[in-house]
Design a protein around this ligand. Structure first.
Ligand SMILES: Nc1ncnc2c1ncn2[C@@H]1O[C@H](COP(=O)(O)OP(=O)(O)OP(=O)(O)O)[C@@H](O)[C@H]1O
Ligand SMILES: [Mg+2]
Length: 177
């Protein structure tokens, strides 16, 4: 059962990788039964985007993370950081708003973690110079509460929804345009 879960998740992201090169609408759902599974899902997810050749990518990859408080957005980014061997501790940059982590051995040079929870209006995000951040192909950017700055996100933005099903169960829905 456990390995079947990994098999399915991994093959879903293999498709995602193909999808990254040949744009098609894709929506996939994975059920996480605990924190460790969310971490594993994050690692499969990032493995298949990180190996993608930078060739063809003219902008940063922006991924909006959406879902209620405590749904698992930050834990997912922690899993991404772990998979990318980020040494620094990743925590929710709620007060910091954004933080970057240098990456080794990947087509991206920086992992960015943004948290828009505190923003009351989209305009407040203008000081962050997001356009420049999003336009640089060296950047892999995860935006918690990205729905709060919907109009500032690029149309190519990927979205991951986190739904709380039970105490430790989360439905994670990936939307890849
Ligand atoms: N399957 C699961 N996946 C992820 N987190 C889980 C899971 N089961 C339980 N949890 C718990 O849910 C919480 C998720 O917290 P997290 O900070 O990631 O949420 P968040 O979506 O970032 O919330 P916020 O909007 O406040 O930033 C953690 O305390 C974690 O231990
Ligand atoms: Mg968070």
């Amino acid at each position: 059962m456990f390995s079947y879960f990994y098999y399915i998740t991994r093959s879903l992201f293999r498709k995602a990788k193909i999808r990254d090169r040949i744009p098609l609408n894709m929506k996939l759902q994975v059920l996480s039964e605990n924190l460790q599974e969310t971490e594993k899902i994050a690692s499969f997810f990032v493995k298949y985007i990180i190996d993608c050749p930078a060739r063809g990518r003219k902008k940063g990859l922006v991924i909006s993370l959406e879902g209620d408080l405590g749904a698992g957005k930050t834990e997912f980014v922690k899993g991404i950081g772990k998979a990318l061997q980020v040494k620094e501790n990743i925590f929710s940059p709620t007060y910091l708003l954004m933080k970057s982590f240098p990456l080794q051995n990947s087509c991206f040079q920086f992992l960015w973690h943004l948290d828009c929870y505190r923003l009351e209006k989209e305009e407040e995000a203008k000081v962050l110079d997001l356009e420049e951040l999003f336009s640089d192909p060296a950047n892999l950017i995860f935006v918690e509460w990205g729905d709060k700055i919907k109009n500032l996100l690029p149309s190519s933005c990927w979205t991951i929804h986190f739904l709380i099903k039970k105490e430790n169960t989360r439905l994670i829905i990936f939307e890849i345009p």
